[in-house]
Design a protein around this ligand. Structure first.
Ligand code: GLA
Length: 399
């Protein structure tokens, strides 16, 4: 081999390693952002996305850590004779690059949607057969995040199909977070680490507290139940995704919104708001931007909570945080208030780091009241509303 060819080969290897490394370094905490699907469905346009971008900044969501603006299904209408994907010219007259630039200029990142099948779930052109071409196009547009769905899969094997798109993204020359959306059907938690950064674990979320719909739609607690055994698969750069948030969409009460958001935080779930950011009221804003709850979600260890106690209608969930702190939720699934009396010393909570309350005293902070409420030497007495919860952060006391 000539010297120059040899050099080119070495540079090529080094370059692809650098790209792969970048992919590995993405989403070290659960991604946070906004996605159009839950509230707008197919009704997307460049005006909507620009307005949502402005609202993300103006409302304070950006300051709270929300970063990605993602257009879900229905932005695409066809392919040209060379196979290039064509955005809807009526709804996106200025093109996708224009939108990406608009979003980047406001300090945010841009996400887009496609599908591993031949068509998207709404029957738009899918990505099958065009993975590398699409990835190059996304990179040229300035895409930072790709959600990849699983309709019209035509008998493909999920692992192989997503691996192809993952390879395409790793080679496209731009770091792009890869969100796998095959609804947990092939147990992606067993194969998707290193392929994507997050993978859906269930069918689609609905704005209902407790419901299983015949086409597969699920309510909040039904989704939570399906996460309980998956804690060991989550960690920095590889997250279980229990679907996007319904907080602020009609259908859930205040306490149900608090439960939904707290549990997603505890489960180390990606936090993709799905409401109309332009018109959300203060109550919804306070939930979505609760900094103490967000800090639990974004904790550097990346642990997913475990269901420590399952007493039927009443549950205790625990997430082990950095510095041996703990986040603990007492969750009331019943229709009546829970008159909680909890003796920390009687039931030692231990998980991963082995924490024993009988030996150590912890200070307790209530993350929704934003108040210190005592310590684990005392019996915890709280009234927890129907479908509500309390969320606490425990820290070892110095004395
Ligand atoms: C599937 C996905 C949803 C959404 C729609 C769009 O149902 O699971 O999150 O992307 O497709 O058609």
């Amino acid at each position: 081999m000539k010297k120059t060819n040899f050099l080119i080969v070495i540079l090529g290897i080094l370059f692809s390693q650098a790209q792969a490394q970048k992919f590995e370094e993405l989403a070290l905490t659960p991604p946070m952002g906004w996605n159009s699907w839950n509230n707008f469905g197919c009704n997307v346009s460049e005006t909507l996305i620009m307005e949502m971008t402005d609202a993300m900044v103006k409302s304070g969501m950006k300051d709270a850590g929300y970063e990605y603006i993602v257009i879900d299904d229905c932005w695409q209408v066809g392919r040209d004779s060379s196979g290039n994907i064509i955005p809807d010219p009526e709804r996106f007259p200025s093109g996708i690059k224009f939108l990406a630039d608009y979003i980047h200029a406001r300090g945010l990142k841009f996400g887009i949607y496609s599908c591993a099948g031949s068509k998207t779930c709404q029957g738009r052109p899918g990505g099958r057969g065009y993975q590398f071409q699409d990835a190059r196009q996304y990179a040229a547009w300035g895409v930072d995040y790709l959600k990849y769905d699983w309709c019209y899969d035509e008998g493909q094997k999920a692992e192989a199909a997503y691996k192809t798109m993952s390879d395409a993204l790793k080679e496209c020359g731009r770091p792009i977070v890869f969100s796998i959306c095959e609804w947990g059907e092939s147990k992606p938690w067993t194969w998707a680490k290193g392929v994507g950064h997050l993978w859906r674990t269930t069918p689609d979320i609905r704005n209902l507290y407790n419901a299983e719909i015949n086409w597969g739609g699920l309510g909040i607690v039904n989704i939570i139940d399906r996460q309980a055994d998956l804690w060991k698969y989550a960690g920095p750069g590889h997250w279980n995704d229990p679907d996007m948030l319904e907080v602020g969409n009609p259908g859930l009460t205040h306490d149900e919104n608090v439960t939904h958001f707290s549990m997603w935080a505890l489960l180390a779930a990606p936090l993709m708001a799905g409401n109309d950011l332009r018109s959300m009221d203060n109550e919804v804003f306070e939930i979505l931007t609760n900094k103490e709850v967000l800090a639990v979600n974004q904790d550097s260890l990346g642990n997913q909570a475990i269901r420590f106690l399952d007493m039927g209608d009443h549950e205790v969930w625990v997430k082990h945080l950095a510095n041996n702190e703990l986040a603990v939720c007492f969750m009331n699934r019943s229709e009546v208030e829970w008159d909680l009396e909890y003796d920390w010393k009687r039931i030692n909570i231990y998980h991963l780091g082995a924490i024993y309350f009988s030996k150590q005293n912890y200070s307790i902070r209530d993350l929704w009241k934003h108040k210190d409420i005592g310590n684990t030497n005392e019996v915890l007495k709280e009234k927890i509303p129907a479908h509500g919860l309390i969320m606490l952060r425990l820290k070892m006391s110095k004395e």
